[in-house]
Design a binder for this molecule. Structure first.
Ligand code: NAD
Ligand code: UD1
Length: 352
């Protein structure tokens, strides 16, 4: 994985939201690939102890700044202090339901953070950015697998904040074609680093299926509610494209390599929009049974009514990721469950 062709200046990668779930796994993967990540996070949805765990895995102490992305002056100091060649922008609020209840907080946090970041990047001449977008931007897509050509129809403020940031980054590229932008639309990230030292640690009640299943397995919750068993799927429960978070992290390395390659060329390179998923869907019941098998724990459940806003099935067309990034997910359902369980069983209450 190590790439010795990188010089010191090219190695610097600012990782915003780097103590969060996906960011922490990306940091570990970046180090393995020979990069020097610099982490910024305001710790609004993560714990500083994630850093110690990252250090334990990588045997490196990493530069970390507890900074709010909207504070562009503080951000600018980080750019002055470290050689930074590119940015992976994970920082943001991500709970769909919360975004419906508090749209202004979501728009303000997510969009203002992106704008503040881009101002500082432009000022410091850093023009390579990878942005964490979401399959949520597709809304209730009628054609599956979902390709990037599918017209975005976001159905909530969270997803709309993502599409607005995508558009802002595209406009920046129009104004200054030297920018290199990759917009990654993630499907459903699950699992954890195989060490069991870092993983998903949702604050409060989780919204997503996998953390709920693992919290039931570890005894933090009694049972899981399955939102509907009358969808037109194999067993009536919803189908999603679950992707191992380490595969997702490796997708970012592939995107970074792609950006570095195109940055060397004089010709303009339009922003790329790329799905990161496996291209395969699993039902809720399949996920639950796979987790039971791997953990040896019974997961009690009850069928309840459908969750408003849910769709029957959603999985990615992954053709473009293969073609443009030469990347595809390698880990399967057993890895996703085994790694999620290792993390959860060794850290029943999440990070200390
Ligand atoms: P996460 O909440 O674990 O990580 C996001 C991090 O950003 C947190 O550590 C939080 O403290 C930080 N943050 C939020 N606002 C900030 C601000 N104003 N300044 C500084 N730091 C701030 O979430 P995650 O699951 O790791 O997601 C990372 C990114 O990927 C997010 O942008 C999210 O929208 C996107 N995404 C996530 C999923 C998913 O299911 N996990 C799916 C699609 C897209
Ligand atoms: C949710 C978000 C979506 C986001 C994605 C990944 C909503 C409406 N959508 O989607 O915007 O991009 O997470 O972060 O919140 N399920 C249950 N019981 C539960 C929880 C979930 O049966 O307690 C089912 C759901 O109905 C769905 C599947 O499990 O069929 C996966 O749900 P979830 O993990 O919330 O992901 P998404 O619905 O894909």
């Amino acid at each position: 994985m190590k790439d010795h062709r990188l010089n010191d200046t090219e190695k610097g990668v600012l990782v915003t939201g780097g103590t969060g779930y996906i960011g922490s796994h990306a940091v570990v993967t970046l180090i393995a690939a020979g990069y020097n990540p610099v982490i910024v996070d305001n710790l609004s949805n993560s714990k500083v102890s994630a850093l110690e765990r990252i250090s334990k895995i990588t045997k490196k102490k990493l530069p970390f700044y507890k900074i709010d992305m909207r504070d562009s002056a503080a951000l600018d100091k980080v750019f002055q202090k470290h050689p930074i060649a590119s940015v992976i922008h994970f920082a943001g609020l991500k709970a769909v339901g919360e975004s419906v209840a508090e749209p202004l907080r979501y728009y303000e946090n997510n969009i203002q953070s992106a704008i503040s970041l881009c101002f500082v990047m432009a000022k410091r001449g850093v023009k390579k950015i990878i942005f964490s977008s979401s399959a949520a931007v597709y809304g209730d897509a009628s054609i599956i697998p979902i390709s990037e050509n599918c017209f975005p129809e976001p159905t909530n403020p969270y997803a709309r904040s993502k599409i607005i940031i995508e558009q802002i980054l595209q406009d920046i590229h129009v104004a200054d074609p030297a920018w290199r932008v990759i917009l990654l639309r993630y499907f459903n990230p699950v699992g954890a680093h195989q060490s069991g030292l870092i993983g998903e640690d949702p604050q409060g009640t989780p919204n997503n299926l996998m953390p709920l299943i693992s919290q039931v397995a570890v005894g933090r919750r009694k049972r899981i509610n399955i939102f509907g068993d009358d969808y037109p799927t194999t067993d009536g429960t919803g189908v999603r494209d679950y992707i191992h978070v380490m595969d997702l992290a490796e997708g970012h390395i592939a995107a970074l390599k792609q950006i570095e390659k195109t940055a060397l060329k004089k010709s303009t390179q339009k922003p790329m929009i790329i799905n990161l998923g496996t291209g395969r869907g699993y039902t809720v019941m399949e996920m639950l049974h796979a987790f039971e098998e791997v953990s040896g724990k019974k997961i009690p459940y009850r069928i309840t009514k459908r969750r408003p806003g849910d769709i029957a099935a959603c999985y990615a067309d992954t053709t473009l990721a293969r073609k443009l990034l030469g990347w595809k997910a390698r880990r399967g359902l057993v890895d996703m469950c085994a790694d999620a369980w290792r993390w959860q069983s060794r850290n029943p209450q999440g990070y200390p």
